[in-house]
Design a protein around this ligand. Sequence first.
Ligand code: GCB
Length: 616
Amino acid sequence: MIFKKIIAAFLVLLCASAFAQENLIVNTHNRKQVSLNGTWHYIIDPYETGFYNYRYTEKGEKDPEAYWNNPEPHGKTDRKEHGYSDDYTIQVPGDWNSQDDVFKYYEGTVWYQRDFDKPKLEENERLFLYFGAVNYEAHVYLNGKKLGMHKGGFTPFNFEVPQELLQDKGNFLVVKVDNKRHADEVPTLNTDWWNYGGITRDVKLVITPQNFIQQYALHLEQSQDIEKAKKRKKFTISGHFKLNSASEEKITIEIPEIGLKEKVDISGSEASFNFDAKKLELWSPKNPKLYEVKFSLGENTLTDKIGFRKVEVSGKDVLLNGEKIFMRGICIHEEIAPEIRRATNTADAHKLLGWAKELNANMVRLAHYPHNEYMTRAADSLGILVWSEIPVYWTINFKSDAVLEKAKKQLDEMIIRDQNKASVVIWSVGNETPVSEARTEFMKNLVMHAKEKDDTRMISAALEVGYNRGTNYIDDPLGEYTDIVSVNEYLGWYGDLPHAKVKSKWETAYNKPLFFSETGAGSKGGFHADKETRWSEEFQEWYFEETLKMMENMPDNYMGLAPWILVDFRSPKRNNPKYQEGWNRKGLIDDKGNKKKAFYTLKEYYDKKEKEFEEK
Ligand code: GCB
């Protein structure tokens, strides 16, 4: 019996840590749940005393001094050197850095703890503990037992809660969170953003039936001729299901608004399907139409709101629902600057995307990691195209298979979570990775992996510009594998002055759509001077004027841009004591929320581009 229990515990652990994405539950917003957001206790533990004994080996499960345990002292003679107290509390979701001065620059381990009562469960219902994200490494313990661990600071994970572990009242939940940077992680040691630590996204108990739809994809079949489909008013919808366990039952898909009801046969625990749908209104930025969709397995129904659209590359163009588009983009970090914290909720998402809308953008590049799901849900409903990226940033260890596996896992988790968001049109596998054979092999592997998982989106990566006899030449070998060629350019900021831009020549080695995934210059909001004075709003405005003139001379595969960046953001690399003070100042909006002059320069260009495309 004990042997069986050990094996079962081992299997739970193995599945939980190594294959978290296989078990990932999607669309948790619309499932039965109990939120565990709110006030938690914490212990700061830079030496990891709660985890290792004094010989630096992991503490035994029952060790009373392990911080996942917290026995009451038996009496006054008892020695006790840790504890959770109401004097040390922290809010979840949220980064720790913004919550107390002791955390401002902290990188290391913090233990989080809270109690919860067992929710009321119907017969056969199951319980999963779901985390929207924890940066970076999380070890999760319930009533002294380890449920599992997860690495990756921006993607969700969940562990099943074995019911025999639960008490009716006061279940003791502990999460060891460690945000130390390491050379062999994703991202690696060096980034140009703040390493906010903590349980940065929602935590909840998800209650499911015995068997349930764990993951699904539902979209327009990519191979259909969309022009013909539009003319005939008959579209093919396809997708797949992954159940938690094998079932003989059929799954019913309903879209009540168009009177659609289809049954899908399951063999084992997975099924692929396709069927026709009439009268479908397609999703686009102009008409972000979402349909209520109901998926039923037996008695249980899960609802979602899904938009249907087709995005594809056709020669040098990107087509959305068969029509050529121009991406009026802007890059965004997941940060609320005036409060110096991570964005965590719907209001935050609407604030950031609201600014993007004011700019008349129709697209956002969510840099440089998957943002929280409120962002992609809001983008779906507001009609904003999304570029979503994994943090394969700069100098990842491209020679390591283990690092490649870590990157793939984050890619899987990103895709699985958001594959039903019509707004997400680009998966990006990285940013400014330095060209080498090992790098290209690594990145190609990620591109192929993303394509295999999802053929309904374009795959890209932000590349760097090469130079060839006076020409800005985009020839990074990775461009051969991506669907669109995206590049970051800073001519006039990191080299030369902005007036050099108009005369610059641009060429690409690839006959594919060309997208500028970054361009930008720093300015301190409210600092005014002549245009040649660095850090002034006038310099940044000038940079944008020259950049936008330069764009008019681009080759005809130019199909959009996402300048760097919507709002100033925290970065430990930016230490000019007068103008930066720990902020990357390339925002079009400053850290107080004020729009800089360049905001309006870009907006004017976007208004013009919008008209130009409407008139075509
Ligand atoms: C880049 C990076 C971005 C930086 C930006 C800058 O090329 O992709 O993460 O923050 O430049 O400000 O230099």
